[in-house]
Every structure is written in structure tokens, then in C-alpha cells.
Design a binder for this molecule. Structure first.
Ligand code: GLN
Length: 304
């Protein structure tokens, strides 16, 4: 399959779609990103690679990194994550406080902010140097040790972090946060600030399309059963209150971030990352979603 030609055709089709949405502007650095950039990269489990546009340009991965923190906890931590977070779709925005009081401080899933904060708390409890250990884990998954945090973005996250602070204090009041709040927040804000390109993201997520094994190193990260479950979580919870739409239109497990990136994968076949910074009202990349919808429609490579 000549994916590069398909990418170009879809990109050209989307030029006719009226631009809507804005870049995330509550974080200074994200507000300054040129909104017209566009990149896509697909890596197959056989490690064939297909690229189009700004596929090698790094951007802020934001909530896509919630998959890294979750997989790190799920693969290495002995404590039971499911006593601390649920695994149901939230049906609310990523930074909603609504359910937390009702559910007594237990987040609906690990891919909304509250859930990712609990996962960060678990990691802080168990790791000697959480930020360094997290980065080392991402270096293992990606095979690339030049991936890093952006300290300026982490700092801006903290400045704009009132809702995240509200969530963590509420969860602490229910006993679902065990560590010092600033230490957990520092890990969370750094996690959001990781910068990667579409090429790096699609390679890094490839183990989830390959039954939990990194294809180029043969290293097992998750058992086949846990890989299946991680993909199921991305399918049901990866796009907040747009998870149904994404499943309906694209039909792949995936995860988005407010930097405008989306990663999606087809088990046994490929991982794809697309980047287009303008976001729709749900905080997901407007053109990124449209692109993936056309991609799985044209190629018939959705899981459904
Ligand atoms: N930095 C963001 C936040 O915590 C991450 C949100 C996202 O990408 N959806 O608000």
C-alpha cells in the first residue's frame, strides 16, 4: 500500500475543509505554535515507515503522555491501579471536576487529568527519581534518548494549573493521593511537557500494535492481555467526551493531546501519529480527527 500517496490525497482533500478551532492558548508556548503545520507518520509492525508533511517536527505531546505514565505503572508497579482509578469512559471534558466528588475521589479512568494525577501519585510512591525514571522509560519505548521535557512548558502548565490543583486537593481529601502534592504535580506537569514528533510517536506506540513487544528490540513491555486492555482503554477513554465520535468515525484505539497530536494504532498492523494544532471544542485536533477518519475509510484499515 502506498500510504504516502494516500496521505497526500487526504491532505489535499482537507485543504477544502474550512478551518475551525484554535490552538490551545492557556499555555503560553502552545499559543505561539504556527497553527497551519501538519504532519503524519505511520510505522508498520514490520517497521516500514511512511511520512508526510511536518512529520519530524517536535511538538508538545501533552495528554498523549498519559499513556506512557499509565503503561509504566501498569507494567512495573506491583500495587493494584484499579483500586485507585476506575476504567470507564468519563463522558466529561479532560479537566472536569464533576464526577470526582460523586465518585469519592476515584477518577473514572487513567486518561483524564484526574486519573493521570493518581497514576503520577502511584509512580511517585514507587520510583526513586520519578521524572528521570519516566524519561528513561520513554527512551526505552522509543529507542531514542534525545526525547525530553520542555521546562518552559512545564512551568506554564503549573501557572495555568488551577483546575489540576483543585482536582488533586479534592482527591487528597478522599485519601486517594498519598504523596506531597507539589511532587506529584511536578511529575504531571513535566509529563505534559514532553516533546516528540509524529515519527517518534508512531514508533513509540508500536509495541501496543505488536502484542506488547517493541518490534526492533524484542523487549516485552506488557503481556498480550495487558496490551489488549491498554488498547481497550484508549478506545473507550482516549478522547474524553469525544471517545464515541472517534470510535464511530475512525475506529482505532488512540490518544489525543492539546498540542494537536493524535496517536492511533491497529493491533498487529501499524501505529500512526498525526499533528495539526487547531483543536475542536473537545480539545482534540480538528483536522487530525478528520484526517484519520478519511485514512481508515480509504484504506479500510480500521479495527471495525
Ligand atoms: N496540560 C494539559 C492539562 O493538564 C493536558 C491536557 C490535554 O492534553 N488534554 O490541562
Amino acid at each position: 500500500m502506498n500510504y504516502e500517496q494516500t496521505f497526500e490525497e487526504i491532505y489535499n482533500d482537507l485543504q477544502h475543509v474550512e478551518e475551525s478551532g484554535h490552538v490551545a492558548d492557556y499555555i503560553t508556548e502552545l499559543a505561539q505554535v504556527d497553527p497551519d503545520q501538519f504532519g503524519v507518520h505511520l510505522t508498520t509492525v514490520e517497521q516500514e515507515e511512511y511520512s508526510f508533511g511536518d512529520a519530524e517536527k517536535r511538538f508538545s505531546v501533552q495528554s498523549i503522555a498519559k499513556v506512557f505514565s499509565f503503561v509504566m505503572a501498569y507494567s512495573t508497579i506491583k500495587s493494584n491501579i484499579w483500586e485507585r482509578t476506575n476504567l470507564e469512559p468519563a463522558g466529561t471534558p479532560f479537566n472536569s471536576l464533576l464526577q470526582l466528588e460523586h465518585d469519592r475521589g476515584i477518577p473514572r479512568n487513567p486518561f483524564i487529568n484526574a486519573g493521570a494525577l493518581v497514576v503520577c501519585d502511584i509512580l511517585v510512591s514507587e520510583l526513586a527519581s520519578p521524572k528521570e525514571n519516566m524519561l528513561a522509560f520513554i527512551h526505552r519505548l522509543s529507542g531514542n534518548n534525545r526525547i525530553s521535557f520542555n521546562p518552559a512548558v512545564a512551568h506554564s502548565e503549573k501557572k495555568a494549573g488551577n483546575r489540576n490543583y483543585a482536582m488533586i486537593y479534592l482527591m487528597k481529601s478522599f485519601g486517594n493521593i498519598r504523596n506531597d502534592i507539589e511532587t506529584v504535580m511536578d511529575l504531571y506537569f513535566h509529563l505534559c511537557s514532553i516533546e516528540m514528533s509524529c515519527k517518534e510517536l508512531s514508533r513509540t506506540f508500536l509495541f501496543l500494535a505488536n502484542n506488547g513487544v517493541i518490534p526492533w528490540s524484542g523487549e516485552r513491555i506488557l503481556s498480550p492481555s495487558r496490551t489488549k486492555r491498554t488498547n481497550a482503554l484508549m478506545q473507550t477513554c482516549g478522547f474524553y467526551d469525544e471517545a464515541g465520535q472517534f470510535t464511530f468515525k475512525v475506529g482505532l484505539p488512540g490518544k489525543s493531546g492539546v498540542g494537536g497530536g493524535i496517536v492511533a494504532l491497529h493491533p498487529e498492523k501499524y501505529a500512526i501519529a498525526v499533528w495539526s494544532p487547531r483543536l475542536n471544542t473537545k480539545g482534540n485536533s480538528h483536522k487530525g480527527m478528520l484526517f484519520l477518519e478519511e485514512f481508515t475509510t480509504k484504506t479500510r484499515l480500521s479495527i471495525f
